[in-house]
Design a binder for this molecule. Structure first.
Ligand SMILES: [Zn+2]
Length: 559
């Protein structure tokens, strides 16, 4: 018996409407509402009444909001399994301004937007007039795709109840929180997948995410066969303090930091290219001095972090590029300072001498090692106490992971004897590994050709072109579907990310245990995270469910 999708649009619409009402702003207690809604959608259905174990939640350990990754499963025959994932958190609604109360009510929002249509840019205005799009926070990113997955799973549950032989495999839908923050939900879902795999003897063939896709050419949809990686290097520049009138007695960290920013911001040498795809170059997300209050001294230290997106580079490779740039920047600034010093000496008739500054760049582990070498166990104990304090501050929402990392550098510095100016670099959470089926070892032909197969399907069925790309550039939970050389990555993170394994966890061993190729099949969407966020009705009600159904059939050998 083949699954019929007749009328599924109304079901998707129904599910989406309720899902949107859960105001699950990322990193907030509201995410629990989305989780409850997800589980309740299945709990009342006869299939899950008969199989209550096929539904459940995996709590995020130590989560202050009590959030969890939720799952629902339908089992047919055979061990082959397709896993679906969607995130059910959404970003904040600040830019809705006075329409904020309507952000989660698509119909009312559309009515109000129409009254303001003259204030909208031309494209959202004409999309609004067309009636072909749903507006609202989360409709596109990504409860629309989530609702498609849920409606499909319910249909398969009914099918399997009528005819257990009609599905030669297992389907699992994961609904995770925190994607727009640190992906703590996905990191809880991976150990859950491992448990399900061991308990039911599953063989994971593919993970399907349904994030919205954007179109450069409106006539062409996009499948992604992987997802970009993201790293957040931090740079902490420690200077040597002096009065603003005695500039040559001190070392202002602003000079070195400025040079490092100039050499990294939008620097394409830090982004990588695979085929005709390239990761966007890095940008600085945070940068400030660490002065407690204004006075006429130079700042003692300045710190910041930049976001680096990767296609195939490893953390170790990025960190070595960052180190080189820091060293070059330091060299240049010391040279420039000496030039200025010499001009000043000439102008004031003093003999020329060199300034005492030398380039010094170290990673976090080296700084830690210096403190431990001079203070031994008393330092190590105090360090553990500081980690504990930071964990509490972070858990209570008073300190970000970035600020915790920087405070830890400040803390270690209290135990370091060499106080000459230097750059300390490392990583702050989160870390998203780059993944792509392109790099996947021993890919079976039906998965390797899946983008092509589905592109043929959409052309024949809807006369709609779809192209495949190897990387979803929007950053997604698919990053945790597989990992290349987990050991080397753990080594690099342990060395450079002070909070790794302490306040921030990635289940590397579990990722390796469940490792599977991935694809993103999602609806066409626009203006994610903005007031005019919208998703194409035709996609979520008709096309995306059919494309996903086709993908299931291909992977489970039903096609
Ligand atoms: Zn998303």
């Amino acid at each position: 018996m083949k699954l019929s999708l007749t009328g599924i649009g109304a079901e998707v619409q129904d599910i989406l409407c309720g899902y949107i009402k859960a105001e699950s702003i990322t990193n907030s207690p509201g995410e629990r509402e989305a989780e409850t809604y997800f589980l309740n959608c299945f709990r009342s259905q006869p299939y899950w009444q008969a199989h209550p174990d096929y539904l459940g939640r995996q709590p995020i350990s130590g989560d202050p909001h009590g959030r969890a990754a939720a799952f629902a499963m339908v089992r047919g025959g055979g061990e082959d399994t397709v896993v679906f994932v969607h995130h059910n958190d959404v970003v904040t609604v600040e830019d809705f301004k006075l329409l904020r109360p309507l952000a989660f009510s698509p119909e009312e929002l559309e009515r109000e937007l129409k009254k303001l249509r003259h204030t909208l840019p031309p494209e959202p205005r004409s999309d609004l007039d067309s009636g072909a799009w749903i507006f609202g926070r989360g409709v596109c990113d990504m409860k629309g795709g989530g609702a498609v997955q849920m409606a499909l799973l319910s249909r398969y549950a009914q099918l399997v109840q009528e005819d257990p032989d009609s599905l030669p495999g297992t389907l699992i839908v994961l609904a995770v929180p925190d994607e727009e923050n640190l992906s703590a939900g996905m990191c809880a879902a991976v150990p859950l997948l491992r448990q399900l795999k061991e308990r039911y003897g599953l063989r994971y063939r593919l993970m399907i995410n349904s994030e919205p896709h954007q179109r450069r050419d409106p006539a062409r949809g996009v499948f992604s066969l992987g997802s970009v990686g993201k790293l957040m290097p931090f740079v902490y520049v420690r200077g040597s303090l002096s009065h603003a009138g005695k500039v040559f007695e001190g070392f202002n960290p602003a000079g070195v930091m400025g040079e490092i920013v100039r050499r990294t911001e939008l620097n394409m040498d830090l982004s990588d290219a695979v085929g005709r795809e390239s990761s966007p170059p890095p940008t600085w997300l945070y940068l400030r001095d660490r002065k407690i209050q204004y006075d006429v001294s130079m700042p003692l230290s300045i710190a910041g972090c930049l976001s680096v997106l990767t296609l195939h580079q490893t953390p170790a490779q990025i960190l070595s590029k960052i180190r080189d740039i820091c060293q070059e920047s330091f060299d240049v600034v010391v040279r420039r300072m000496n030039d200025s010093w010499h001009s000043f000496q000439d102008a004031t008739g003093r003999p020329r001498r060199l300034l005492p500054w030398h380039t010094k760049v170290t990673d976090f582990a080296t700084l830690y090692g210096e403190a431990a070498a001079s203070h031994g166990d008393s330092f190590r104990q105090a360090y553990e106490g500081e980690i504990e304090r930071l964990a509490q501050e972070n858990g209570a929402g008073r300190l970000s992971l970035l600020e915790c990392s920087l405070q830890l550098v400040d803390f270690v510095y209290d135990y370091v004897d060499d106080l000459s100016p230097r750059v300390v670099y490392g990583l702050i959470p989160p870390y998203y590994p780059n993944v792509s089926n392109l790099f996947f070892p021993r890919l079976s032909p039906e998965i390797r050709n899946l983008g092509q197969t589905l592109g043929d399907f959409t052309r024949e069925t809807f006369d709609q072109e779809y192209v495949s790309e190897y990387f979803f550039t929007g950053i997604s939970d698919l990053s945790y579907t597989s990992i290349e050389d987990g050991k080397a990555i753990v080594n690099a993170l342990e060395r450079s990310m002070p909070l790794f394994g302490r306040l921030y966890h990635i289940p590397v061993a579990d990722i390796e245990a469940v490792s599977m190729p991935c694809i993103n099949i999602g609806p066409w969407g626009k203006d994610f995270h903005k007031l005019t966020e919208r998703v194409l009705k035709e996609d979520i009600y008709e096309r995306t469910p059919q494309i996903i159904q086709r993908a299931i059939e291909v992977v489970l050998g039903m096609a």
